[in-house]
Design a protein around this ligand. Structure first.
Ligand SMILES: Cc1ncc(COP(=O)(O)O)c(C=O)c1O
Length: 283
């Protein structure tokens, strides 16, 4: 973000967003312009997006697949964004750390492969989710030489480099074949489907994630107007921890909580058993 954005520049963020984006924008002195992704499938309104582009932002930030809602932008949606990026001469920063966790029949489109977008796109990748090594914090950027030259200049003064023993160890993962990625997808598909079925049986509303390992569940029917209070009570009285989703939204959204299912099957089983008691919280 520091490579592209100067203090006073505007940047477009979709809401809900991964929390780091808004904070990073503020740390750069940038002004976020928010565009809503709307329930249930978290699509955007093209006119609302164009209105944001009319404010001449330096860049738009995308999380694809999305943390926190598991949305995967369709090719048509990405084409709409690409046309506006071209028309208003902006850049795209796309966070693709969940690129290998996509649920069928969803098709994944790499934004930088769309016509004219390679020079305008800065793709952020990570080994965290693909190889289940979130604590290692190994990531990479894929972009044109013009962009990476500037990024490298900043990077060397910010972090110098990722620890080299971790980079060497990660090569093992980078050499995995197709089977590994198919297995990863199959594992998360199983977990997602298990959670959705159990939530449906209990009667808890949720969206259907197309990628990543999160979904937003509806906690609106329990008489709380504060999602933080609900999640605190859920942890204390039912024994399941969800993240209050208001932290991901700029709009005053208080009826959703984020559930993440990247945990062992036994843990998921136990959590779903406990959620059967969710009605204890009803006011
Ligand atoms: C959308 C998104 N981007 C980036 C990250 C951070 O990735 P890394 O582990 O490479 O720091 C996360 C991890 O939680 C994430 O969910």
């Amino acid at each position: 973000m520091m490579t592209l954005v100067d203090p006073g520049d505007k940047v477009i963020l979709f809401s809900p967003f991964y929390e780091a984006y808004s904070t990073d924008a503020l740390l750069c002195g940038a002004e976020p312009v928010y565009v809503s992704l709307r329930e249930p499938d978290y699509t955007f309104d093209a006119d609302e997006l164009e209105a944001a582009f009319k404010q001449h932002p330096k860049a738009i930030f995308l999380c694809n697949p999305s943390n926190p809602c598991g949305k995967v932008f369709s090719r048509e949606e990405l084409m709409t964004i690409a046309k506006l990026v071209e028309k208003y001469d902006a850049f795209v920063v796309i966070d693709e750390v969940y690129e290998h966790i996509i649920y069928e029949p969803t098709q994944y489109t790499y934004f930088s492969t769309l016509p004219g977008m390679y020079e305008r796109t800065l793709c952020c990748g990570s080994l965290s989710k693909t190889y289940s090594i979130t604590g290692w914090r190994l990531g990479y950027i894929f972009a044109s030489p013009a962009l990476t030259d500037a990024i490298k200049k900043l990077h060397v003064y910010l972090t110098i480099s990722a620890p080299s023993p971790l980079q060497e160890a990660a090569v093992t993962g980078l050499r995995f074949g197709r089977d590994y990625y198919d297995g990863l997808r199959a594992m998360y598909t199983r977990k997602r489907d298990f959670v959705m079925k159990r939530l449906d049986d209990i009667g808890i509303g949720h969206n259907v994630p197309q990628g990543a390992f999160y979904m937003l569940v509806d906690i609106g029917g329990y008489g709380y107007d504060d999602d933080e209070a609900f999640c605190r009570d859920l942890a204390e009285k039912v024994g399941v921890a969800l993240v209050p989703a208001s932290t991901f939204f700029i709009e005053p959204v208080h009826h959703l909580a984020r559930l993440q299912f990247a945990v062992r099957d036994e843990t998921l089983e136990k959590a779903m058993e406990r959620l059967e008691n969710i009605s204890l919280l009803k006011k």
